[in-house]
Design a protein around this ligand. Structure first.
Ligand code: SF4
Length: 547
């Protein structure tokens, strides 16, 4: 039975570890192939591509971002080839298999972890045996088990990380890696809260897999562990191994629980980590205690703040903080407070997400108690609850658009840093800027990057004009057209280049050919663009020019 194991990723750069694990768990015993699509591709194209592979069965790994297109693909596959067997697995389908068997054109739902059950299902189908496999549901039989695969079993399989099919793409995509499964916390909006217990891979296995990754061209390695620091010795082992053996230009990204991040690990990172090797994602979600209590997310904000500050001051890792809008008990104003509390850390990125009412979670089951309405279809984003209205959520969206453009993009380092030093509320600033966009009908999407600078300059009445020029010059890779009035005439530019050459022995020819030179209120700024890189330097205004 020829079977395609597949999924639709959100972007080409993402890769799906789950289907690679199913593949190594069933190949070569079964005739399986692996292929990934993205949600940006046309449904018809994906269907045609699957049909062209002449498979007897297809297994989809299903998540909130791909479940809707997968529904259409299943329908079209069954229309074109009624005998094709379709199986769905993944977190989206695990907790409500009956819903998917009723509303989707499919044959089987695999709940929980599938490395063993998927292989058993293929075996049973090939031998035409009755299906009695834990976690496998079909018409007339709904399984209640959520199987977990012993990690010691996965350790016996070939590596899912460095497959032959991936060899030529590893450098350009994110490699997903896991050192543990499960989460010790119970956040009521998260599917990981439903998993029982925590399991860790052995150090020998992790070392062997990391050695393969270090020797590979993979650059970004995202560790999927839900709470990397759940066990200190384990985390220290992994970090130490990475520090000592990582490949050139690699970055490892982790999700951590900051308020229980041990001082010993912070000291170890600040002392030993190569700069730029680590990136930590820290979920804060809300700083309002009643909210955190309601969703069973117990966190000590004081300790969390100390950890974030200690990691920031250590300067060794990038920090990415997460907030969620739309949680219980958090009004619009209280959410603004959470935003400001978290923004105050000035992390490189702050991701503002909107609560998703995921199938199977405690919060979705309690939706009526809190007055939630949410999207009927995935991603099930909340629309309102008893504390925040739909209109207020739209206002938060406005602030989030601006946060993405002006902070998370990293294009406005100097100007935004100066602005944030002066405004009383970061949230109010982003929201007000969003309102300004709306009032002036500026595009939120599909614009030239220079327009962002022009708009912020207008909005702030040119108060940060020089800093915006510097940010613009630094963010370009080649000499781009100006959005501001030139600061030097042709002759003045000529004179400044000659004077710079004279006073600082700069290469005049290089300046003429590659430099953008601007005269600001307190300095000259020189941006040299070569090999798609910008080198930015400043010089005092008291140059002796003859212009
Ligand atoms: S949100 Fe994070 S800490 Fe909470 S249960 Fe999910 S994975 Fe665990």
């Amino acid at each position: 039975m020829k079977t395609l194991i597949t999924t639709l990723n959100a972007k080409y750069i993402h890769t799906a570890l789950a289907i690679r694990l199913l593949y190594v768990a069933s190949y070569p015993k079964h005739d399986v192939a692996l292929k990934e699509y993205t949600i940006k591709q046309k449904i018809e194209d994906i269907v045609q591509d699957i049909l062209s592979q002449q498979v007897d069965a297809v297994a989809f790994s299903t998540y909130i971002w791909n479940v809707e297109p997968i529904k259409d693909i299943c329908q079209q596959l069954k229309q074109a080839k009624p005998e094709i067997i379709i199986m769905l697995g993944g977190p989206e389908v695990s907790y409500e298999p009956e819903h998917f068997l009723t509303h989707f054109d499919i044959d089987y739902v695999l709940s929980g972890e599938g490395e063993i059950t998927f292989e058993m299902l293929l075996e049973a189908l090939e031998k035409k045996e009755a299906i009695a496999i834990p976690g496998v549901s079909y018409q007339g039989h709904i399984a209640t088990e959520i199987p977990q695969t012993p990690l010691s079993y996965i350790e016996t399989l070939p590596s899912p990380y460095i497959l032959k099919q991936d060899e030529d793409k590893l450098a350009h995509r994110i490699l997903y890696f896991e050192t543990s499964r499960g989460c010790p916390f119970l956040c009521q909006y998260c599917l990981s809260s439903l998993e029982k217990g925590m399991r860790f891979y052995s150090h020998d296995y992790l070392a062997s897999q990391l050695d393969l990754i270090f020797a590979s061209p993979a650059r970004i390695i995202k560790v999927l562990d839900r709470s990397f620091n759940a066990k200190m010795d384990h985390a220290l082992f992994v970090l130490d191994y990475i520090f000592k053996h990582h490949g050139p230009h690699q970055q490892f990204q982790f999700e951590i629980n900051a308020d229980v991040f041990p001082q010993k690990i912070i000291d170890f990172i600040n002392e030993k980590a190569p700069k730029g090797l680590l990136r930590f994602e820290i979920g804060i979600q809300s700083t309002y205690e009643p909210t955190n209590r309601a969703v069973k997310r117990i966190q000590n904000f004081e300790r969390l703040s100390e950890v974030i500050k200690a990691l920031s001051e250590g300067g060794k890792c990038d920090l990415h903080l997460d907030l969620i809008a739309g949680l219980p008990y958090e009004t619009y104003d209280r959410f603004a407070q959470s935003f400001d509390d978290v923004f105050a850390f000035r992390a490189k990125e702050l991701q503002l997400g909107f609560l998703k009412m995921l199938r199977g979670t405690g919060l979705r089951n309690q939706a009526d108690d809190y007055g939630y309405t949410y999207q009927f279809e995935a991603p099930y984003e909340m629309q309102q609850n008893d504390w925040i209205s739909e209109a207020e959520i739209q206002e938060v969206h406005l602030a989030e658009e601006m946060l993405e453009k002006y902070w998370n993009s990293g294009r406005f380092k100097d100007s935004m840093s100066a602005i944030m030093d002066e405004v009383p509320s970061a949230f109010a600033f982003f929201h007000d800027l969003g309102t300004y966009y709306k009032t002036h009908h500026y595009p939120f999407h599909g614009y030239q990057p220079e327009l962002l600078y022009q708009i912020l300059d207008d909005y702030t009445n040119r108060r940060y004009h020089d800093l915006l020029i510097i940010d613009y010059l630094a963010s370009c890779k080649t000499r781009m057209k100006r959005w501001y009035e030139p600061t030097l005439s042709h002759d003045e530019r000529h004179a400044v280049i000659e004077a710079l050459g004279e006073a600082y022995q700069l290469n005049r020819d290089e300046l003429y050919r590659y430099a953008r030179i601007e005269k600001l209120s307190d300095r000259y700024v020189i941006a040299i663009y070569k090999n798609y890189q910008c080198t930015l330097t400043s010089y005092p205004l008291n140059l002796k020019t003859t212009a």
